[in-house]
Write a protein that binds this ligand. Structure first.
Ligand code: UN1
Length: 497
C-alpha cells in the first residue's frame, strides 16, 4: 500500500508539524482502507504559535487598503476555478459526498471569493446628519483583529470560505481549525489564497480535534472574535467561553428543517425537492429536509412517490459519477442514524424505506446507510424533533395550513424551511409566519446562495449571519466619527438653542 501523504499546519506562512509531533489519519468514509493523509494533531502550543503569527501580521493587513485585500480574494477565486475538479475530487475522497456536490462546494467558495472581493470596493458605512452646525458625522467599518474560526466537515471548503473571505476583506487576520474529518479541503482553500499573494501570517491553519485544538482558539485572550459552525451542543460551550471575555461569537448550529406540502401543490415537484432536500449530502446538511409535513389530501400520493423515487437512489462511493448518495462521514454518524431508526420504531412511526446500514459488497468498506423514510410521524416523536444529520426523514400527515405552520415551528431549531403550494396567499403567509432564518417557496430547504444572509433562530444560532452583508457585519466593527469644523466647543445635547 502506498505511503500516506503527510500534511502540516500552516503558521506564519510556513508548513510546520505540531509541536508535540502527534498526528491523526484522515480516512476516506467510502473506503476506510484509503488513508487520505496524515495531519497534525495540534494542541494549545500550536494555537499559541498561530495566534502569535496572526497578531504579528495584523497591523500591516489592517492598513492594506480593502481593494488591495480584495484583489487577493479575486485571484484566489480564479485559482479555485482552475483547480475546481482536483479540489472536488480531494473533497469527495475525504468527505464522501458525490462529485456533483463537491464541485458545488468548491463553486460556493469561488462564488464567495468573487462576492467578497467585490466588497473591497464597497464595505459601505453610513454618513448622517449632526444635531449641531458645522459638524460632520459618519460610521465606518474597522477590523476586529485576530479572528478564530472552527469549521465543520460537511462543507469543508464552502464554510471555511464563508468565514475566511469576509474576515479578510474586512482586514482581520485568522486562525482556522478545520474539522478533523476534512482538513485537506481547508488546506486546499488556503493554498489558493497563498498562491494568490496572501501575506505570511494573515491566515493560519491548525488541524486537530475540538478539545485540544478548538478550545484553545476560543480561550485565547488574543482572538478577538470567534466564528463557529457545528452542533448546538458544542456551540453552547463555545458561546459561554467567548462570553466570559466579551468576544463577539457567531454560532451556526443545528436544524430540523421542514418541507410543507399542501393539497394544492405540484406533488411531483415536491417529491423531487424532497428527495434532494432529504438525501442530498446524505442528509448531512444543517439545512437538510428531515421532516415532510404533508396535507392529507395528497399524503398517500406524496408518500408513495417519495418512497419509490428514494428507493431508486444509487448509494456508493461518490467518486463514481453514477452514484447519487455517498457514505456518512464516520462510524459515529452511522450509529446516530441507527439509533434514531430504533427510536422512530419505538415511538410508533411506520418504517417505509431503508433503516439499515449497508454492509455487503463495496458498501462493507465504508460508512453507508440506506435512504430511510418513516411515515405516520407526529410532531412529538424524537425523529421529528431532533437533528439526526443522516439520511433519515419523517413524513407527518397534516390537516390544515395553520397546523402545518404550527408543526413547522415546533422544534427547538429554526434554520431552513420550505412550502410547496400554488396559492400565493398561503405562500406569503408561510414566509411571514415560519420562524426560521430561511424560507423557500416551491423549492427544497437546501441550496442557499452566498450573497444572502445565512443562519437561523432559536437553537440554530445566536443572531449572527454568514453570507452576504451579514458576514461583513460580523467581521467588522462600527466606528462612529464626528468632525467638528465650527472652531468652537459645541456640546451635543447641551447646546440646544
Ligand atoms: C450547511 O448545511 O452547513 O444551503 C450549509 C445549503 C448550502 C450550505 C449548507 N449552500 O444547503
Amino acid at each position: 500500500m502506498a505511503q500516506s501523504k503527510i500534511y502540516k499546519n500552516f503558521i506564519g506562512g510556513e508548513w510546520v508539524e505540531s509541536r508535540s509531533g502527534q498526528t491523526f489519519e484522515n480516512v476516506n468514509p467510502a473506503d476506510t482502507r484509503d488513508i487520505v493523509g496524515i495531519f497534525p494533531a495540534s494542541s494549545k502550543a500550536d494555537v499559541d504559535d498561530a495566534v502569535e503569527s496572526a497578531k504579528a501580521a495584523a497591523e500591516k493587513w489592517r492598513l492594506t487598503p480593502p481593494p488591495k485585500r480584495a484583489e487577493i480574494l479575486f485571484r484566489a477565486g480564479e485559482i479555485l476555478t482552475e483547480r475546481k475538479e482536483d479540489y472536488a475530487r480531494d473533497m469527495t475522497r475525504e468527505m464522501g459526498k458525490v462529485l456533483k456536490e463537491t464541485r458545488g462546494d468548491v463553486q460556493e467558495a469561488i462564488d464567495t471569493a468573487f462576492y467578497m472581493a467585490g466588497e473591497g470596493r464597497r464595505l459601505y458605512g453610513v454618513t448622517t446628519t449632526s444635531e449641531l452646525q458645522n459638524k460632520f458625522a459618519m460610521c465606518v467599518r474597522v477590523p476586529i483583529g485576530v479572528v478564530g474560526m472552527i469549521a465543520p466537515w460537511n462543507f469543508p471548503m464552502a464554510i471555511p470560505s464563508w468565514k475566511l473571505f469576509p474576515a479578510l476583506v474586512c482586514g482581520n487576520t485568522c486562525v482556522i481549525k478545520p474539522a478533523e474529518d476534512t482538513p485537506l479541503s481547508t488546506l486546499n482553500l488556503v493554498r489558493a489564497l497563498v498562491e494568490a499573494g496572501l501575506p505570511k501570517g494573515v491566515v493560519n491553519i491548525v488541524t486537530g480535534f475540538g478539545p485540544d485544538a478548538g478550545a484553545p482558539i476560543v480561550n485565547h485572550p488574543d482572538t478577538r472574535a470567534i466564528s463557529f459552525t457545528g452542533s448546538s451542543e458544542v456551540g453552547r460551550i463555545v458561546g459561554e467561553v467567548a462570553a466570559r471575555s466579551f468576544k463577539p461569537c457567531s454560532l451556526e448550529m443545528g436544524g430540523k428543517n421542514a418541507i410543507i406540502v399542501l393539497d394544492d401543490a405540484n406533488v411531483d415537484l415536491a417529491v423531487e425537492g424532497a428527495v434532494w432536500g432529504a438525501f442530498g449530502t446524505t442528509g448531512q446538511r444543517c439545512t437538510a429536509a428531515s421532516r415532510m409535513l404533508v396535507q392529507k389530501g395528497v399524503y398517500n400520493e406524496f408518500v408513495s412517490k417519495f418512497v419509490e423515487r428514494s428507493s431508486r437512489l444509487k448509494v456508493g462511493n461518490g467518486i463514481d459519477e453514477s452514484v447519487e448518495m455517498g457514505p456518512q462521514i464516520n462510524q459515529q454518524q452511522i450509529e446516530t442514524s441507527a439509533r434514531y431508526v430504533e427510536l422512530g420504531r419505538n415511538d410508533g412511526a411506520k418504517l417505509l424505506l431503508g433503516g439499515n446500514r449497508l454492509t455487503s459488497g463495496d458498501h462493507a468498506r465504508g460508512h453507508f446507510f440506506e435512504p430511510t423514510i418513516f411515515g405516520d410521524g407526529n410532531y412529538k416523536m424524537r425523529i421529528a424533533l431532533e437533528e439526526i444529520f443522516g439520511p433519515v426523514v419523517t413524513v407527518v400527515p397534516i390537516g390544515s395550513f395553520d397546523e402545518a405552520i404550527e408543526v413547522a415551528n415546533s422544534t427547538p431549531y429554526g434554520l431552513s424551511s420550505s412550502i410547496y403550494t400554488r396559492d400565493v396567499n398561503k405562500a406569503f403567509k408561510a414566509v411571514r409566519d415560519i420562524y426560521a432564518g430561511i424560507t423557500y417557496v416551491n423549492a427544497p430547504t437546501i441550496g442557499a446562495e452566498v450573497h444572502l444572509p445565512f443562519g437561523g433562530v432559536k437553537s440554530t444560532g445566536n443572531g449572527h449571519r454568514e453570507g452576504g452583508i451579514g458576514a461583513i457585519d460580523f467581521f467588522s466593527q462600527w466606528k462612529s466619527v464626528y468632525v467638528d469644523y465650527s472652531d468652537k466647543l459645541q456640546r451635543a445635547q447641551i447646546d440646544t438653542e
